[in-house]
Design a protein around this ligand. Structure first.
Ligand code: PMP
Length: 435
């Protein structure tokens, strides 16, 4: 039976490629009709047919506080009333940069922050900066990590590239692809071998602080610290991509949970998602010396008509100001509750699984053994996810539409929302078992 949502998708397919503006929304690996949403509040989203779902996507991360948080909405409305975009600097941009610096603390080495509009821009700029700073061209990335859709970073990428099972992207010139060395994650020997094979040629290693785009790929204890040590030994920089983890897994991101305690720091951080509270905003941060290589101070060019957009900055400031210790405790507790409920439901049906976990981020892998890298993530009974996902959706729970995506909780996931998830899980686990 066709409804308003089916009609919206049919119409969209005649206007937008695949009916979507970002491939992960297309339900490509789970099948069925992607939900067209018209509103969201707290832990819930509502589709165009009027159905409400408990949301486990949170706009792929930004909605840390829950959707349409009153303080964030008010801040954006006030900013909007003063003008949408000036193409000139605003005092609020400085406040946001200062807040980021304060959150990260002196030992992070973040002295300057540049605001951009998307995570893709942040990582693309960080790489250009690393190349400009070192005079080298090669970049190391890890298989199954996703850093946005710039040419050099799509090889063996996670997120939608993994969901669609693509090796990379058409349209990337071979000489550009050849400047990216893709290594298995959590494999320090591979990193050592890359430095040995390309002496003096590697500008940077870019790594998700904790992988969360091929399902969750948690860094082994000491892995990030060793990456920084190895890179520096060979004159290369480390770009810690916290676009997804930053300000989500804790007040200072994954680095705050790990690096701050262990005494290491990357050369550059990239942030996105939560930093914009649901508006287009991302950033890179690092030392004054390194960021001083960016235009207008230095020779590395980067710019943006809408960079530091007043509405985005207002949403980011309001989100970070509201995200106190209690918020992180609620997100952690909600993640604990859902991750254990998922595991119990699957275990009750005898479905082999593991729940990779990094802070409040987790995912499901349909295999018994732990997942340490992209090969592990792919070696699972992934076909069980589609029926699992659809059983949840039928019961009013919207999980990420791919087994290669993390689940996102918010501080607004209260008992009522968690109960709805718990009630939906047994049927979903039965569907997974029967697949
Ligand atoms: N880096 C990471 C770790 C990400 O998860 C993402 C997006 N999921 C990006 C970069 C790209 O960000 P955007 O989609 O805002 O371009």
């Amino acid at each position: 039976m066709s409804d308003a949502n089916d009609a919206a998708f049919a119409r969209a397919q005649e206007a937008l490629p695949g009916g979507v503006n970002s491939p992960v929304r297309a339900y490509g690996s789970v099948g069925g009709t992607p939900r067209f949403l018209v509103s969201a509040r707290g832990p819930y989203v509502t589709d165009v047919a009027g159905r409400e779902y408990v949301d486990l996507v949170a706009s792929w991360g930004p909605a840390l506080l829950g959707h349409a948080h009153p303080e964030v909405v008010a801040a954006v409305q006030e900013a909007a009333a003063r003008g949408l975009s000036f193409g000139a600097s605003t005092p609020a941009e400085t406040e946001l940069a200062e807040l980021v610096r304060e959150r990260l603390g002196a030992s992070s080495g973040v002295e300057r922050v540049r605001l951009v509009s998307t995570g893709t821009e942040a990582t693309m700029t960080a790489i250009r900066l690393a190349r400009g700073a070192t005079g080298r061209e090669l970049v190391v990335k890890f298989a199954g990590h996703y850093h946005g859709h710039s040419d050099g970073l799509l090889a063996e990428a996670g997120s939608g590239v993994a969901t669609q099972g693509l090796p990379g992207s058409a349209g990337v010139p071979a000489p550009i692809a050849a400047q990216t060395l893709v290594l298995p994650y959590n494999d320090l020997d591979a990193v050592r071998a890359a430095f040995a094979a390309h002496p003096g040629r590697i500008a940077a290693i870019i790594s998700e602080a904790a992988g969360a785009n091929a399902g969750v790929l948690r860094p082994d204890p000491g892995f990030n610290a060793a990456l920084v040590a190895l890179a520096h030994e060979h004159g290369a920089l480390v770009i810690l991509d916290e676009v997804l983890t930053g300000f989500r897994v804790g007040p200072a991101g994954w680095w705050g949970l790990e690096g701050a305690a262990e005494g290491w720091a990357p050369d550059l951080f990239t942030f996105g998602k939560v930093i914009g509270g649901g508006m287009p905003l991302a950033a890179l941060g690092g030392s004054a010396a390194l960021l001083g290589l960016l235009a207008p101070l230095g020779p590395v060019y980067q710019a943006g008509t809408l960079s530091g957009n007043p509405l985005s900055v207002a949403a980011g400031l309001a989100t970070l100001r509201a995200a106190d210790a209690a918020v992180y405790a609620r997100v952690d507790a909600a993640a604990d509750a859902v991750a254990s409920a998922v595991s119990e439901a699957l275990a009750a049906q005898g479905v082999a699984h593991t729940i990779p976990r990094a802070g409040s981020l987790f995912s499901i892998a349909f295999r018994e053994h732990p997942v340490r890298d992209y090969d592990d993530a792919r070696a699972q009974e992934g076909w069980r996810y589609a029926p699992f996902f659809h059983a949840l959706l039928d019961a009013g729970v919207s999980a990420p539409p791919s087994v290669f995506e993390a689940w996102f909780l918010t501080a607004a996931h209260d008992d009522a929302a968690l109960d709805r998830i718990r009630e939906a899980l047994p049927a979903a686990a039965r569907a997974a078992a029967a697949a």
